[in-house]
Design a binder for this molecule. Structure first.
Ligand code: ADP
Ligand code: GLC
Length: 481
């Protein structure tokens, strides 16, 4: 099949969260299966500066209508590996910036223009190159306009641009909601600025376009697929989603073992496997040293790597009293977030001598060391479409403590409920008492060396390979074609 993906992030070129990992792993795996895969990304400055880009070639220049203006751009293309091409949609005015979506405390004011331009450019390039993909697979609000733009352009031109469109919701909390006036930039027919179209409480909602107008709609875990149909988790879109509940398919994310594998991980001071865990201890010592802690510390080490936002349950963690002071446990925090979360993280570390706050920064190398060197990994999310770190943690023999929501509920088996199968600890979300009890359960488990070893072994042996997800996408594509 000829498959095109359009997204705002792609590992290893640009990443703020799991979207990058997932688009990277899906497209690579589909290319390995022999499909001809192309990924469209905005040409962010950080990607253009990536060493791989010396081999990029100019594919075309183009102009797209943005309201009454014509805006120009160009596409640089790079063959990343066999069957896999990256197309960068470049226009410096929009993408030559330090961050993809905005500074820590504020999104860029022109995000609507930037991503409407990106989506139009994708469609324009498909037309110019006559690629005629079988599938155009779009991710999240940044690319949500592509499915409807494809169909409207096909109608205008009376010729086909693509076979079927697929839209994946990675996080319903980000919808691309903008003032009504940006609708003009889409050049879509006026009737689409209605309840049955992109209109959302008097504004424009780009995500809604992806939900309503894609041929197939997916999300990233079975529990999240059920949750988003309820007012509690629907972020105001449960009614819209209900219109497509029959078509909503869940495909659970996996792990990219090329990137997250303790047996080969180049970021680790020592590698290890389920049959030889010596290297894990070396990683633990290296992590403690890196954090200025005593490398001979014998209690449990907890880690967290996260975007520090309300979604991730950081509030519950930062309100934990006393647990991480004294000698009972250590906690290492790596997180990017708002100025307010940074301030509170610094204060939390100051008030608790067992806590080291390494943020605010995005640090791929340190994130691997935390996954390998910790004994426990914390994910107290309020909601979590899938979550990746709980799977990375299990692979690295680091026991996850997760709230029972979304993909966390689907990928971690609680050792209390299922003593012979358990691979982690679950607790109800947004409940400080339950969170505290989960921390205490972790300490008790840590003290029982035999039981802990059994949980580690089971966790490391679990199969979270991307093959399962990639095969599921392949099957879905085949079914809808
Ligand atoms: P989300 O996409 O909601 O942020 P996921 O669990 O799906 O959550 O994915 C988060 C990804 O981002 C993981 O690969 C995680 O290791 C990574 N990550 C988050 N914060 C940082 C950081 N500060 N430094 C390095 N990697 C980070
Ligand atoms: C989103 C979600 C996260 C998910 C990721 C990849 O960012 O917040 O739970 O794992 O997308 O699908």
């Amino acid at each position: 099949m000829k498959i095109v993906h359009a997204a705002g992030e792609l590992f290893p070129y640009i990443k703020t969260g799991g979207l990058a990992d997932v688009v990277g792993a899906t497209t690579r795996t589909l290319a390995e299966y022999g499909h001809e895969v192309a990924v469209f990304l905005p040409g962010y400055r950080s990607i253009l500066d990536h060493p791989d880009m010396v081999n990029a070639k100019r594919l075309c220049s183009f102009g797209v209508d943005m309201g009454s203006d014509i805006q120009k751009g160009e596409v640089l293309s790079l063959n990343i590996r066999k069957n896999l091409t990256l197309h960068l949609v470049c226009r410096d005015e929009y993408f030559d910036r330090s961050y993809p979506y905005g500074r820590p405390d504020r999104d860029y004011d022109d995000n609507a223009e930037r991503f409407i331009f990106f989506s139009k450019a994708v469609v324009e390039v498909l037309i110019r190159t006559s690629l005629k993909p079988d599938i155009v697979h779009c991710h999240d609000w940044q690319a949500a306009l592509v499915p409807i733009l494809v169909r409207i352009e096909e109608r205008r031109r009376a010729s086909a641009i693509a076979g079927k469109t697929v839209f994946t919701i990675h996080n319903l909390a980000f919808q691309g909601i903008f003032p009504r006036k940006v609708f003009g930039l889409t050049n879509l027919p006026d009737e689409l600025l209605s309840m049955d179209g992109l209109e959302f409480y008097g504004q424009v909602n780009l995500l809604k376009g992806g939900i309503l107008f894609s041929d197939s709609l997916t999300t990233v875990s079975p529990t999240y697929a059920r949750e988003i149909l309820t007012p509690e988790f629907g972020c105001g879109m449960d009614g819209v989603l209900a219109l497509r509940s029959e078509d909503l398919v869940s495909i659970l994310n996996g792990i990219d073992y090329e990137v997250w594998n303790p047996e080969t991980d180049p970021y680790l001071p020592a590698t290890y496997s389920v049959s030889n865990l010596k290297g894990k201890n070396a990683c633990r010592r290296a992590l403690l040293l890196k954090c200025g802690m005593d490398e001979g510390y014998t209690g449990p080490v907890f880690g967290i790597i996260s975007r520090f936002t309300q979604q991730k349950g950081i509030d519950i963690l930062l309100e934990t009293k006393d647990f991480f002071s004294g000698d009972r446990a250590r906690l290492i925090l790596l997180g990017n977030g708002s100025t307010e979360y940074r301030r509170r993280s610094v204060e939390f570390a100051k008030a608790n001598d067992g806590v080291v706050y390494l943020g605010p920064r995005h640090d791929e190398a340190v994130s691997h060391l935390i996954e390998a060197g910790s004994d426990f990994f914390l994910m107290p999310s309020v909601f979590e479409p899938c979550g990746l770190n709980q799977m990375y943690s299990q692979r690295y023999g680091t026991i996850p403590l997760v709230s029972r929501v979304g993909g966390l509920a689907d990928t971690v088996v609680d050792i209390g409920e299922f003593p012979d199968e358990g691979t982690g600890i679950q607790f109800p979300p947004s409940d400080p008492e339950a969170f505290r009890k989960a921390l205490e359960r972790a300490v008790t488990l840590f003290e029982d060396k035999k039981k802990m070893a059994g949980v580690i072994e089971r966790a490391m042996k679990k199969d979270f390979s991307w093959k399962t997800a990639a095969r599921a996408y392949e099957k879905l594509y085949t079914e809808i074609l």
